[in-house]
Design a protein around this ligand. Sequence first.
Ligand code: SF4
Length: 263
Amino acid sequence: MLGVSMKASLAELRRQPHTSIAQLRMFLHCPRQYRLKYMDRVQPSFRPIAMVFGSVWHETVDKYLLGAGPEEMRELFRGGLEAAVKTNAPPVLFDEDEDLGQMIDLGVRMIGVFVERVPRPKRVLGVEVDFLLEVADPSTGEMLPVPLVGAIDAVVSTSGRKAVWEFKTAARKWSAPMLQYDLQPTAYAMAARKVFGKVQVVLVVATKTKKPDIQMEHLSRGKADERDLAATVVSVLRGIKAGMDHPVRGSQCVSCPFAWRCR
Ligand code: SF4
């Protein structure tokens, strides 16, 4: 159902027609938002702080896997977030009662908990491992015209067992249905297995709560999940091709960077 290649860089892979988990999620969330961002290439009016924070967190955690200690991580995070917020790009939108200093403090506290609770793996086989999955329609077996591309946060080996580690920051811990059905771990498990053999997917969620916490979950994904992923890709691509771009109005519109071009 899914073939895989990990030879090219993500930038190279993204130069050719493709889809991604982020694109699928956005289309499922609001087809209008998908059209504005990926087809009309509308400039977002702001960057949500959660997105900027998550991206700097990833860079910091990558360095932890490669040997950085807590002090170095704190410096990296502090400098990274300051630079990302001040960069010459759409302005960062903070949530109510939040500012850069508070977010840096939060990140620094999260690093303390992360280092305490997430043991550094014995071997790191890859960090930011780019992949390309060829997807076939599960009902016809026909290959789809565009592949699914992405990057796995890390592939590690502990006690001789290989695992994909996926890092997230979130306002709260992931719920049981998210752990069971989220499409991203399915794609990562498929991609990594083809290259590294049998792998487990480990989700590491750092919560941005007053008292930061770590949720470390070993996820299982099987054939039914792979069929769901392929069926979702097929259906979303059909919807895009058919011109489906209806708005989905709701609370998400308040924090939508494309709202200024939606109506
Ligand atoms: S403003 Fe709402 S309906 Fe419009 S693109 Fe954004 S999320 Fe979708």
